[in-house]
Design a protein around this ligand. Structure first.
Ligand code: SF4
Length: 372
């Protein structure tokens, strides 16, 4: 079963730390964009070179951004109507929309729920208003509370909150306020990302002046988040993702499990039939009929290992043998033992996975393990 990703590249304004591709929202252009998306959903023409046919069945649909909620419930509904008329969508499909608390009303959730959205991912970042403000977020904590209530009142109870670690002025104490807020809100899922200062962002220019926590403090925050959420029945399942049992993001798990997905919209990536392809980060080009371009062949053993090592479940050695018809690389196992001795990896006869401390340096460990 495949996943469908639909990219909405608009935001109300640009957050000072963000280097994702997005444009300032403009109602007329957004309407043209939604029209182009719907045309593509109906024709499947721009990915046809790679997909051969579009007789797909999806069990997840994910509106990501940007800020999908900014286009409003009617547009989400029109897009989903087109999706349902052109593809098979399983009866129990997970249908997620990323939302910004500043662009959602009761009416938005009513329309989204009627259209079939059954999961939302809310960009809260912090429950502490001064931290949200430093991140350029307009909505305050009360607005976040209101968004959660409106979502639940419309029957969308599967809710994920994004939070950030290592933001200006954050301390373990203030992080606790955010984590307590998540727990008390009764949400099912949390994504916790460490702030990284990217080039070409206002934060990059300002970084020397920003009151950022020290790197060791941010690492401590990460480990504290894992422990505290676990004590409260919300378990880590991926480097940055935590869920109550059975509420892991089915869509995002497709990426880490090397499953197939179709991505529509500028900067959206796809993996189908062993091929990776994408649309360039150019909304105007997409609106004007720009086609998907080939990226690479995917799904080889190193890619599989790299993705699986992001998960707390790690790599199942017998499943690896079954999938690739060969023995698990002995050299990788030997390297893994060295990391185990440092408390960065768990190894048993049939499984290798990173520990929470290992996740803090996952890039280094994964690249070392894969250089076999
Ligand atoms: S809302 Fe999200 S995508 Fe848009 S600018 Fe802010 S961080 Fe970036």
């Amino acid at each position: 079963m495949k996943g469908l990703y639909i990219h909405i590249p608009f935001c109300r304004s640009k957050c000072p730390y963000c280097d994702f591709y997005s444009l300032r929202y403009n109602e007329d252009f957004s309407k043209r964009y939604c029209g182009a998306l719907i045309d593509e959903i109906k024709s499947g023409g721009r990915t046809r070179d790679f997909t051969k046919n579009t007789d797909f069945e999806f069990d997840t649909v994910y509106f990501g951004g940007g800020t999908p909620s900014i286009i409003g419930g009617d547009n989400i509904s029109e897009i989903l109507k087109a999706v349902k008329s052109c593809y098979k969508i399983t009866a129990d499909a997970e249908i997620t929309a990323e939302c910004n608390p500043s662009s959602v009303s009761f009416d938005f959730f009513r329309k989204a729920a009627e259209a079939g959205v059954n999961r939302i991912s809310l960009g809260m970042q912090s429950a502490v208003d001064r931290e949200r403000k430093a991140l350029g977020r307009i909505a305050d904590k009360e607005k976040v509370k209101e968004a959660i209530k409106n979502s639940k009142d419309n029957g969308i109870t599967n809710i994920s909150l994004d939070i950030m670690l290592g933001v200006p002025n954050q301390t373990i104490k203030s992080l606790d306020e955010t984590i307590d807020f998540c727990i008390e809100s009764g949400v099912t899922h949390i994504s916790a990302y460490m702030l990284t200062i990217e080039e070409n962002t206002p934060f990059y220019k300002l970084q020397k002046k920003l009151p950022l926590p020290k790197e060791e403090e941010t690492c401590e925050m990460y480990l504290h988040t894992i422990d505290k959420l676990k004590e409260n029945g919300i378990f880590q399942y991926e480097i940055s993702n935590f869920a109550k049992p059975s509420f892991e993001s089915r869509h995002n798990l497709k990426y880490w499990n090397d499953k197939e997905y179709l991505g529509l919209g500028p900067s959206a990536h796809s993996f189908i039939g062993g091929r990776r392809f994408y649309f360039s980060s150019d909304t105007e080009a997409f609106v004007n009929g720009g086609k998907a371009v080939f990226e690479d062949f995917g799904g080889d053993e190193k890619e599989y290992l790299m993705l699986r090592l992001r998960l707390t479940a790690g790599v199942d050695i017998s499943k690896f043998k079954e999938k690739f018809g060969k023995d698990f690389p002995l050299k990788l196992k030997k390297k893994a033992i060295l990391f185990k001795d440092k408390g960065l990896l768990n190894i048993n006869d049939n499984n290798i996975s990173l520990t929470p401390k290992g996740f803090l340096v996952s890039n280094i460990i994964i690249s070392e393990l894969l250089s076999y």
